[in-house]
Design a protein around this ligand. Structure first.
Ligand SMILES: NC(=O)c1ccc[n+]([C@@H]2O[C@H](COP(=O)([O-])OP(=O)(O)OC[C@H]3O[C@@H](n4cnc5c(N)ncnc54)[C@H](OP(=O)(O)O)[C@@H]3O)[C@@H](O)[C@H]2O)c1
Length: 312
């Protein structure tokens, strides 16, 4: 797969990232079985074999199970580490953490950021996180406190680069103002089902700051790639978009999911879609999306159909 660098860093990664959120098959550790682990391992192996090098985690995925599965795989096959750019995230705390009455919340305190990185390193069985991201903006975030935490993690060589997730452009500016090196990525929800970042200034801001957008849920949870619409997904707009994806998949001799991914890849901000499938065939197929060159006409046809209104 082709590679690109992240933000202003020299860190080269695959143009499509592999999302690890679903590799545990469950978010309930008491339901987790060896069969779940095997499914996660097969998904990771398929990703390595297909050329993905950017692997996106978070401490909360599978309530730590996803990092643990990947860590066991890396320990067993240490040669894979050099083919892996590990991204993980911190800052979301579920209710009950640390005491039974603690509410669900966001926490960018210095101590929580540092402890989260240390625990992710243990689970992933690695010495350094390549890309450490703040998961969802903490309304109480203090940029100077975050800068201190980042500096400590960088000085201890526990983290190489930093990024954020679900940050508005003004929050990126705020955080960047206190950091010695700029953030290199911001994960945002962006897909044919969520076009807002194309028009609300988010992608402009990424281009201005040389901040790589990582697109989460690039298939809107799957329906953009699916061969049929569930009754709950049916609307006039979805039916038209689904039909167009089918037509274009024939025209470009590819799958619907790859048309939806190539729509994101065409934007000049160099969006990296993070795929979420754990199906080895889909993982392999999605790697081919980077080779599709959608025409400008087809891109706009997709945009106006997804927006469900003509351009002015
Ligand atoms: N920063 C954040 O706040 C945030 C939030 C959410 C996610 N993320 C990241 O983004 C990644 C991707 O998110 P996502 O999982 O929501 O992405 P997605 O690719 O939009 O959705 C993945 C889901 O779609 C299904 N799917 C994929 N292709 C399909 C097809 N052709 N036909 C039918 N179903 C299909 C998959 O099922 P199968 O496994 O059966 O293929 C899976 O359940 C996550 O792994 C995570 O790393 C970040």
């Amino acid at each position: 797969m082709k590679t690109q660098t992240l933000g202003q860093s020299p860190l080269a990664v695959s143009q499509i990232a592999f999302g690890c959120m679903r590799i545990s098959g469950t978010w309930n550790p008491s339901d987790f079985t060896p069969a779940h682990e095997e499914m996660g391992r097969q998904a990771l192996y398929a990703a390595y074999e297909s050329g993905y090098t950017l692997f996106d985690h978070a401490d909360i995925y599978g309530r730590t199970l996803c990092e643990l599965i990947h860590g066991r795989l890396l320990a067993e096959s240490p040669d894979l580490r050099s083919k892996t750019v590990i991204a993980t995230k911190c800052g979301i705390r579920f209710g009950g953490d640390p005491s039974p009455n603690s509410p669900h919340r966001w926490d960018f305190s210095k101590s929580h950021i540092i402890e989260s990185a240390e625990r992710s390193l243990e689970r992933l069985k690695i010495n350094q996180i390549d890309l450490f991201q703040l998961h969802r903006p903490d309304l109480l975030m203090d940029p100077m406190e975050i800068a201190e935490a980042f500096q400590i993690l960088a000085d201890r060589k526990l983290v190489k680069y930093f990024g954020v997730s679900n940050f508005r452009p003004s929050m990126v500016d705020l955080l960047n103002s206190g950091l010695p090196d700029p953030l290199i990525v911001n994960q945002i929800e962006i897909s044919l089902d969520n076009l807002a970042p194309f028009e609300d200034g988010q992608l402009d801001s990424h281009l201005i700051h040389d901040l790589t957008p990582l697109a989460w849920s690039p298939l809107a949870g799957g329906w953009l790639g699916s061969s049929s619409l569930e009754p709950s997904q049916f609307s006039d707009r979805n039916a038209k978009l689904h039909a167009l994806l089918g037509d274009l998949s024939k025209k470009y001799n590819t799958s619907r999911q790859n048309i939806a991914l190539s729509f994101l890849l065409k934007h000049p901000s160099h969006i990296i879609p993070i795929i979420g499938t754990t199906n080895p065939e889909r993982i392999k197929d999605s790697a081919l999306a980077a080779e599709i060159e959608l025409s400008r006409e087809d891109w706009y046809q997709l945009f106006t159909t997804a927006k469900n209104q003509p351009l002015p």
